[in-house]
Design a protein around this ligand. Structure first.
Ligand code: AP5
Length: 210
């Protein structure tokens, strides 16, 4: 039973590594960005509300995210552990999470800003199952279709140069302070996210003592 938070800059590989780890540990992956993209695809009230915000690379309101997370982390199927990917996004969200549950480990995936564009400019994602690929670093077998469900892959609506710049700005202002926050709590583990996907996965496994 382990409750993990993953954070790091855009393109560091949070979604990629959280998906792998959740399969290996057999615990749920809670990817807040992907959950919101599913709301947009299903044209729900929440999806309509957040669609433009996300396209611009801005953050969704804390209260909205806190409500979503509170319902998840307190549900019975999450009591054996989970991996939070994309939440908390700032210190206010982290404090809210602390009121809900005790986080065991926080994985900070550290990637130099110079590498971010290379990762995001080649990303392809599956709109149906959320699987993540990269044209060069992690291509799907068919190139344009998902290996898991054969759906045609898409470029994310927020992987535009303008939205990426905005997301990085938000990361520096809002999310970077989480480093200090979790360091003080003694739960932070820093992972070098620059090597290839396999190597980063191995570093995470070793750092967690698994
Ligand atoms: P979200 O979906 O969480 O996006 P993000 O934080 O911008 O992070 P990314 O998904 O871009 O990067 P990642 O680190 O997951 O990288 P990935 O594994 O895909 O959030 C989207 C939006 O939702 C936010 O902007 C906001 O509007 C909203 N939102 C979500 N949560 C919120 C919250 N809590 N509060 C407020 N708003 C919220 O990898 C990237 C690429 O690199 C892929 O192509 C992958 O194949 C490749 N790759 C991965 N690892 C490697 C490697 N080691 N080597 C080479 N390539 C690699």
């Amino acid at each position: 039973m382990i409750k993990i938070v993953m954070f790091g800059p855009q393109g560091a590989g949070k979604g990629t590594q959280a998906d792998r780890l959740s399969r290996r540990l057999n615990i749920p992956h809670i990817p807040t960005g992907q959950m919101l993209r599913e709301e947009i695809a299903a044209d729900t009230k929440l999806g309509q509300k957040v669609s433009e915000i996300m396209k611009r690379g801005e953050l969704v309101a804390d209260w909205q995210m806190n409500e979503i997370i509170r319902d998840r982390v307190n549900a019975p199927e999450y009591q054996n552990g989970f991996i939070l990917d994309g939440y908390p996004r700032n210190v206010d969200q982290a404090e809210f999470l602390d009121y809900q549950i005790a986080v065991d480990k926080v994985l900070f995936l550290n990637l130099p800003k110079t590498e971010v564009m290379k990762r995001l400019s080649g990303r392809l994602t599956c709109p149906k199952c959320g699987a993540i690929f990269h044209k060069v670093f992690n291509p799907s077998i068919a190139g344009d279709k998902c290996d898991r469900c054969q759906t045609v892959l898409q470029v994310r609506a927020d992987d535009t140069p303008e939205a990426i710049a905005k997301r990085l700005e938000q990361y520096e202002e809002e999310t970077e302070p989480l480093h200090e926050y979790y360091l003080k709590k003694g739960v932070l583990i820093e992972i070098d996210a620059a090597p290839n996907i396999e190597q980063v996965g191995l570093s995470i496994w070793e750092a967690l003592g698994l």
